[in-house]
Write a protein that binds this ligand. Structure first.
Ligand code: ZN
Length: 276
């Protein structure tokens, strides 16, 4: 049997499995068959995975570029990610205007996503979080580094300081296009940008990779903080850019990414069945 067929079949089965785990409004669509349906199922699942792994709590959000229109993106209404279902998803243009479900209240920080998609044609998914382990590395004492292969992409990570462009006394939120553009300038071509006193924004070509990157940005930050503590001032050896890039060079949808995704889906299903 051709490998591509197996991959497609396993993606469809996984998404059906994901839908069963999610429950709620998605139950009416038990067998997503189009690439759009699969993308929506993955977006709902990414919300749940990122909440389950502690990257997102009551706040933060994940989006995808609209598979049907590259000038649009899709993200949930203003809702805790763990509670997101397909009916909560809104399509936006790059000015942050909702194009459907106009009665729903959107996230004020949707401008992060809008401006990333506008500026970065290579990006298909964006995660913005207040990832707790990452916050210390936006505070100026130590730069976030690639500590192991799983966060090999995290070298030369820029830090966005809202104060530099917008002065003291902002509410720290990226809640308009001007702030979004300023953040994206700091992001540059990086897969992640830290945000002083706020969190981080992680991007990737597609949602499973963005989800894995967001999780491993958080795990890597915790490992680095631990290593700094153990080192007690002695120098540390991080991954070089060449080492990080070599692992990333496995492809934009590595086996590791799908393996992690499948594990998180299985863990969510198990925790959902245990709570019934
Ligand atoms: Zn935020």
């Amino acid at each position: 049997m051709p490998k591509t067929f197996l991959m497609k079949r396993s993606a469809a089965m996984l998404s059906a499995f994901a839908l069963a785990a999610i429950g709620g409004p998605l139950k009416v669509q038990a067998q997503p068959s189009t690439s759009y349906d699969l993308a929506i199922a993955d977006l709902v699942m990414a919300n749940h995975i990122l909440a389950y792994t502690g990257v997102l709590d009551a706040f933060g959000h994940v989006s995808i570029r609209d598979p049907g229109n590259r000038e649009h993106f899709i993200m949930s209404r203003d809702l805790a990610p763990a509670q997101v279902a397909a009916d909560d998803l809104i399509t936006y243009d790059f000015d942050g205007n909702a194009l459907d479900k106009l009665m729903l209240h959107g996230h004020s920080e949707r401008f992060i996503h809008a401006e990333v998609y506008r500026a970065r044609q290579d990006v298909g998914s964006v995660v913005h979080s207040h990832s707790p382990g990452v916050i210390p590395f936006g505070m100026g004492s130590a730069a976030l580094q690639a500590v192991y292969h799983m966060n090999g992409f995290a070298h030369g990570v820029p830090v966005f300081d809202i104060r530099k462009s917008f002065g003291d006394g902002t509410n720290m939120l990226i809640n308009n296009a001007k702030r979004g553009k300023s953040l994206v300038q700091s992001l540059g071509n990086s897969p992640v940008v830290l945000m002083r006193g706020h969190g981080d924004t992680v991007v990737a070509s597609e949602i499973r990779r963005a989800t894995a990157r967001a999780v491993y940005t958080e795990i890597g930050a915790r490992i680095q903080a631990q290593a700094i503590g153990i080192a007690a001032g002695r120098p540390l050896e991080y991954l070089s850019p060449a080492e990080g890039d070599a692992f990333e060079g496995n492809g934009d949808k590595t086996e590791g990414t799908d393996r992690s995704w499948n594990m998180w889906v299985a863990a969510l299903q198990q925790s959902s069945s245990e709570s019934r």
